[in-house]
Write a protein that binds this ligand. Structure first.
Ligand code: ACO
Length: 333
């Protein structure tokens, strides 16, 4: 069975409640209809109920009737969520009036539902920018204990099964944190190892990438990667990790053996941690376009509950896949 089919099957077993704030968006509605029909997750759509029902009829989506629909303008928990928002953000000076306006924004409502235990996870971004999806999540759901930074991993399914884990390599951070410190980079490595076990389903061998292999170049950017590798080992004893490694030394056995003899990771890495968002975002897009790899994600990691961001160019099946991944994350937390 392929990776995505396995993820969907696991999601069906857990039957988690996933909130879709963009409840009137066409691809989102079509995805919701299929998710409900296949039993991948319970779906909560945010939006005006009459408008959602009219759109479902227009697109001939017969399973939407089984979604829960919450109207951001008018629902029974509005006052409760406003109080919760003020309580959680009083140190930032948030007033009840400001909270009353924000809670009508579906992206805020979705995160407050999760915070209050009324939903298990969220998928959004088919019509909203990454920052707009992430900001409410950062403010109200926050990070897991021991993690200060959220990051985004891609599961890259390659055409050449000779690389990584039978052709699968997990890349991070490709989506969120522009310029991590050494400690943040270590956290990203540990979080990505957890995502690899939970979602990709194999034991991680983590390469901390650089333009240097084992000190072949001297620069403060290399020091950052070396320090991050040491810190990640302290944070997760037993984690199979090595760095600094250049990309070729990380994934090509003959080059790994030459440049980093004795390394347990060089030449056989199945997780690549990039030193900055520039590097990670550019790398995943190049591998996707030039090598024809399938890029599954970004899977956001490090958050206290799973919230995942779609590309605005996403397809219906991208949304279904990300909902299934989100449900798997919710089951693992
Ligand atoms: N992890 C956890 N919390 C964070 C993070 C993070 N990575 N970044 C910011 N925060 C928190 C802050 O601590 C702050 O919390 P507080 O309000 O409780 O103090 C809150 O989020 C807002 O922080 P700002 O610094 O004001 O964050 P801002 O909204 O300016 O930016 C954002 C955050 C939107 C994620 C920014 O880092 C960003 O734009 N990143 C790049 C996203 C992107 O464009 N990615 C590429 C496209 S995605 C793709 O191609 C797949």
């Amino acid at each position: 069975m392929d990776l995505l089919e396995g993820i969907k099957l696991k999601a069906k077993r857990h039957n988690k409640r996933i909130v879709l704030p963009e409840g009137l968006e066409e691809r989102t509605l079509k995805a919701a209809d299929e998710i409900i029909r296949e039993g991948i997750a319970q779906i909560i759509l945010l939006g005006n109920p009459d408008a959602i029902k009219a759109a479902a009829e227009k697109f001939n989506l017969t399973s939407i009737i089984n979604a829960s629909i919450v109207d951001p303008a008018d629902h029974e928990r509005k006052g409760l969520y406003i109080d919760l928002m003020v309580e959680l953000r009083k140190h930032k000076g948030l007033t009840a009036e400001e909270a009353a306006m924000l809670i009508e924004d579906p992206l805020y409502l979705g995160t407050l539902m999760i915070k209050n235990g009324d939903a298990d996870g969220e998928v959004a971004g088919a019509m909203n920018a990454t920052g707009d999806v992430l900001r409410p999540a950062f403010q109200y759901v926050k990070t897991l204990p021991g993690i200060s930074v959220v990051s985004g991993a891609f599961i890259m399914i390659l055409k050449d099964s000779g690389f990584g884990e039978n052709g699968i390599i997990v890349f991070a951070d490709c989506a969120v944190h522009p310029d991590p410190t050494d400690k943040e980079l270590a956290e990203i490595a540990v979080a990505t190892a957890n995502t690899t076990r939970a979602i990709a389903g194999f034991e991680p061998r983590v390469a901390m990438l650089s333009f240097s292999t084992k000190g072949s170049a001297r620069h403060e950017l290399v020091d950052k990667v070396v320090n991050a590798t040491r810190m990640a080992r302290e944070m997760a004893p037993g984690l199979k990790i090595d760095g600094d490694l250049q990309a070729d030394a990380a994934i090509v056995a003959s080059i790994g053996a030459k440049k980093a003899p004795g390394s347990a990771i060089a030449g056989k890495a199945n997780v690549l941690i990039f030193p900055s968002l520039d590097a990670g975002n550019i790398a995943y897009k190049l591998v996707q376009r030039l090598a024809g790899a399938e890029a599954v994600g970004p899977v956001l990691q490090g958050m206290a509950a799973p919230i995942n961001d779609l590309s605005r160019g996403c397809s219906v099946s991208d949304i279904i896949n990300l909902v299934a991944i989100t449900a798997n994350q919710a089951a693992g937390l």
